[in-house]
Design a protein around this ligand. Structure first.
Ligand code: ADP
Ligand code: MG
Length: 262
């Protein structure tokens, strides 16, 4: 582990030898991955390869069976040795989870709340941010995702692309140090994909945020990813800069996947 920690200047996420099963079904095998601060890492791979599970482990929504996950230099995930350790981990996990933004395929906005209310809810409730301050920040974020003037719209009055941009603003409202995206454009009509990717691109280029993006958008991975990870059958098969991994992959499985999707 120490070797890898030295390679990266400032790792935000460090995953070492992680295994994860659901019952008898092992879905992650010996995962190693380190993500540096400010980096954008895109994760690609066939359906069922463990991409979502990996994100859920990073966000402490899943327990791991072996290995370690460090987030911001805090050891969070490790094999649970006894009840007491587990309890400590859970407390720490809740604290960290507040500072990690997650955007899902299905935006899950609260339907009875306006765009702005969706955005300000968690900072006020979970971080004790004063309402006026949360509101001002919320309006700023709406502008940043191209939705100035839509603060009083309800989700049903917004397109899928607009709803997903509200979901991104909602995650950003918590001032996360890390954003996890799980196929954020997969549920969108094709003509709405671009506007969401564009917001993500701006976020990645701002340089201040660390992003892990599970995506089928190979063009996005190529343009925005600092590195691309290819996963298959619960393993990280190959990691590299986009031009290397996408244009001249080393592994047969990567080649086969890319030739099927490109
Ligand atoms: P991906 O996101 O790459 O499509 P997932 O991480 O969702 O892959 O799933 C990996 C494997 O784990 C799949 O075989 C899936 O059926 C299984 N799986 C995912 N979530 C659960 C769960 N909560 N319980 C049992 N099996 C699960
Ligand atoms: Mg998935």
């Amino acid at each position: 582990m120490s070797e890898k920690r030295e390679e990266m200047q400032n790792p935000v996420v460090e995953i070492n030898g992680v295994n994860k099963s659901y019952g008898h079904h092992q879905v992650l095998y010996d995962i190693d991955l380190t993500v540096d601060r400010g980096e954008t890492v895109c994760v690609i791979g066939p359906s069922g390869s463990g991409k979502s599970t990996l994100l859920r482990c990073i966000n402490f929504l899943e327990e791991i069976d072996a290995g370690q996950i460090w987030v911001n230099d805090t050891l969070i995930g490790y094999r649970v040795a006894n009840g007491r350790l587990h309890e400590m981990r859970e407390r720490e996990a809740c604290k960290q989870r507040v500072d990690i933004g997650m955007v899902f395929q299905h935006f899950n906005l609260f339907p009875h709340m306006t765009a702005l209310q969706n955005i300000t809810l968690s900072p006020v409730l979970n971080k004790g941010v004063p309402k006026a301050e949360a509101r001002a920040h919320g309006l700023e974020l709406l502008e940043r995702v191209g939705l100035k003037g839509r603060e009083n719209h309800y989700p049903s009055q917004l397109s899928g692309g607009q709803q997903q941009r509200v979901a991104i603003a909602r995650a950003l409202a918590m001032k996360p140090f890390l954003m996890l995206f799980d196929e954020p454009t997969s549920a969108l009509d094709p003509e709405l994909v671009g506007e969401v990717l564009s917001v993500m691109r701006d976020l990645a280029k701002s340089g201040s945020m660390t992003l892990i993006v599970v995506t089928h958008e190979i063009g996005f991975a190529r343009e925005v990813g600092d590195r691309v990870v290819f996963m298959d059958e619960g393993r990280v098969v190959e990691i590299g800069p986009p031009e290397k991994l996408l244009d001249s992959p080393k592994e047969e499985r990567t080649k086969a996947f890319l030739s099927a999707v490109l």
